[in-house]
Design a protein around this ligand. Sequence first.
Ligand code: GAF
Length: 391
Amino acid sequence: MNRKNLLTSFEEQFGYEGERVFFSPGRINLIGEHTDYNGGKVFPCAITMGTYGVVKPRQDKEVHAFSGNFPAVGTVIFSIDDLEYDKADNWTNYVKGMIKFIQEQTGKLSNGFDLYIYGTIPNGASLSSSASLELLTGVIVRDLFDLSISQLELVKLGMRTENEFLGLNSGILDQFAIGMAKKGNAMLLDTNTLEYEQIPLDLPHHKIVIMNSMTRRELVDSEYNTRRKQCEDALDQLKTVVEIDSLGELSEEEFENHKQVISDKVLVKRAKHAVYESARTERAGEALKRNDLKTFGQYMNDSHVSLHEDYEVTVKETDLLVRLAWKQTGTVGARMTGGGFGGCCIAIVENDQVDEFINKVGSAFEIEIGHGAEFYIAETEDGTKEWVSHD
Ligand code: GAF
């Protein structure tokens, strides 16, 4: 992305020069899916695809927001004294939610700002374009108005925006990955304690290929909320026989010993996934630390199987991409990433096999599904921050 182009776009939109430029990455989750709202482990990293924001404070209390990705929406204008969810305000609801919760925590802002946004994360592809925008807004507001609020607090407000403003009962995975990332690393995070370890993602002989199925199921949010509720119901039943506050606290063995108290077969499957996936994620982190990529890849594959069979959040398209990836020479492991019901998968592939991988998986996918997939090479990135110019 070219900084000058971003500043020019701001100027074209608002008629004067923008002041500061910020960048917020997207994320992939290497493993640890649907564990974050179960107090389990996750293992994401931030990526170079992300959201850019150019800003300048205003004299009044209005925010004027324009996205280069949604020019048809036009400039959305709202006051920082009136921050209610409004469907018509489209993507700016994420901006509104963040400002609302930041104000709640730090006190009223005195001024609004003009904001030009441009994102390189495909929407609805499970690479967290929304959390990227939430953290972007949070860091902009904090830095613009010198607020005393930490990056971790912004991460938590991002999750609140998602939960309380947008109505998606997500966990903290996406906002944490985007807010706390360090280039060159993936984070092994315990979502119960928020303790985490930056583990070098040093793969000199491999690339992480993101495979976008270019598909997104209807009702993703309600399906997501249903999965969470099913886990909560299973937890309530387990609590009658074992002292725990979250599924993530159970070992696989403890789960097997107590699972008979869960009345419904579907709930058993959901809880099983959460427990086993969390354990698998911890082991995958250990494997990566000792550079045992083969074992890491096997855990990725197991994760996908569990998301398919027990959690049932994969779809025909993502299952196909992963199956095709598994068949390719040079694939270490492959799985869906993010919330599921379409979106992206990831594969770790030997460097010299990547071109062939993309050709073969891409053409077989297109023949079977009837439309193409997109492929991107993942590169790690730092968490959300100002893009400081060095010229
Ligand atoms: C979505 C949610 F936003 C995350 O909190 C997480 O639950 C993920 O799905 C599944 O692991 O990205």
